[in-house]
Design a binder for this molecule. Structure first.
Ligand code: SF4
Length: 304
């Protein structure tokens, strides 16, 4: 089942924008995180273990070398790339350092743009202006902001170190510069259920985000949640429950919003639970089937 028949995926969006295939390649800019180093908090978000998105040995390589290495792994060669600065907080450094990192990626002629993953409370105006400059030069630029949930009590419980207000403020500033913003959301956080997910979706849509990245809560080794899960204090969604909620949210999303992702994947031994998150395609296929049967993205969206 082809998801982009029913969902405005990033792949579909990029096909309309570029005459050739474009893939996202994650690179590591050797950043750190203010929610781990004590600037905002210590210990990090309770679900986080950065090893789950840092490739071994990646940090010891420069951005250009990482890109070369990742490109060599690709089957198709005639394609462009979005350099995805994913690990830690990829705007958490002096502006000169950030500029150096992003520029290294953009100097590669096959790199057509950047995706910058970060926290909403870590994007000063200098950074927004830098990203807006790249966009004005014709690059595809996405600012990916981790929100996870719009509920401040949950954000506190998972030790995010910010609330919805910081997210709203940064989105407004980014949108004023015409930057594309993608909100990262997690379904299944402790204490949350279907109504929380819908309220979170409605909050981010009201802020006019351009993209959404959706995934289920999964527990990874080395995170604070791994201990809570083993102690029986955390319940995780089944694949069926997740698929049902993802379909509902996608149907309530306007058709022009770009879904960067609708499921998550983590490998054992890093993945503690649920086991179904080890497989990338079963939840995606189930979501596509459900949308085909009951209505595509936007079919239940009402702007009133
Ligand atoms: S999820 Fe991001 S902000 Fe939270 S601890 Fe991990 S790197 Fe830091």
């Amino acid at each position: 089942m082809q998801l982009d028949l029913y969902v405005n995926t990033l792949g579909r969006h990029l096909k309309q924008r570029f005459p050739h295939r474009v893939r996202k390649l994650s690179v590591d800019g050797a950043f750190t995180c203010p929610n781990r180093d004590g600037t905002i908090g210590r210990g990090g978000c309770t679900f986080c273990n950065v090893d789950s998105f840092v490739k071994p040995h990646q940090q010891s390589l420069g951005v250009a070398e990482q890109l070369e290495q990742r490109k060599a792994e690709m089957k198709h060669k005639d394609i462009g790339y979005l350099a995805y600065f994913q690990a830690y907080t990829s705007t958490y450094a002096e502006i000169e350092y950030l500029q150096g990192m992003y520029q290294q990626a953009l100097e590669d002629p096959s790199v057509v743009g950047l995706c910058i993953g970060t926290r909403p409370d870590c994007v000063p105006e200098q950074v927004l202006n830098l990203l807006a400059d790249y966009q004005q030069q014709g690059k595809e630029v996405w600012l990916e902001l981790g929100l996870q949930t719009a509920h401040d009590d949950t954000l506190k419980r998972i030790n995010r170190g910010h609330g919805l207000a910081e997210f709203s403020d940064t989105v407004a500033k980014a949108k004023a510069l015409n930057l594309q913003v993608c909100a990262h959301l997690i379904l299944g956080l402790p204490g949350e259920g279907p109504e929380h997910y819908m309220q979170t979706l409605q909050q981010v849509l009201a802020l006019d985000v351009d993209g959404i990245k959706l995934h289920p809560l999964h527990v990874v080794e080395g995170s604070i949640m791994a201990k809570a899960y083993r102690a029986g204090r955390i319940q995780l969604m089944s694949q069926d429950e997740y698929v049902e909620q993802a379909i509902r949210l996608i149907q309530h999303t306007p058709p022009e919003v770009v879904y960067h992702r609708v499921a998550a994947e983590a490998r054992k031994p890093l993945l503690v639970a649920p086991d179904w998150c080890e497989q990338r395609w079963p939840p995606i296929t189930a979501i596509a089937k459900g949308l085909a049967a009951t209505g595509v993205q936007g079919s239940r969206y009402c702007s009133e």
